[in-house]
Write a protein that binds this ligand. Structure first.
Ligand SMILES: [Zn+2]
Length: 118
């Protein structure tokens, strides 16, 4: 399965069949119980903002041209935490929806406030 790191507009996470743990960074085994062959699942992109900041000193020349930009840590509704870029007005505890937007040469996850019922 492809995700945004390999050009698809989706965010994948992993799930352990043995202990029901979920996590974001792909591994060949469960980081909680060591169980083998975790399954991949597609995230909804919905979650609650745990932390957010503005990057003014970007880590590479390509990103420096795009600074300042916002970065958020989002607790996704499936139970894993992911880093995404964020809209200017996103704040801690906001409910957000992630979509995938161009950023330099990449397509990256970017979240904005989730308007319930809108
Ligand atoms: Zn496990």
């Amino acid at each position: 399965m492809k995700d945004w790191t390999t050009g698809a507009a989706t965010m994948l996470f992993q799930h352990c069949r043995a202990c029901d743990a979920v996590w974001y960074f792909a591994r060949d085994f469960c980081p909680h119980c060591g169980g083998p062959a975790p399954e991949q699942r597609t995230g909804s992109g919905r979650g609650r903002v745990y932390a957010v900041t503005t990057v003014t000193r970007a880590p590479s020349p390509a990103l420096r041209a795009l600074a300042p930009y916002r970065i958020a840590l989002v607790d996704m509704e499936e139970g894993f935490r992911a880093m995404t870029h964020a809209a200017e007005d996103v704040a801690i505890d906001d409910l957000v929806q992630t979509r995938f937007v161009p950023f330099g040469d990449l397509v990256i996850p970017w979240c904005k406030r989730w308007e319930r019922g809108a």
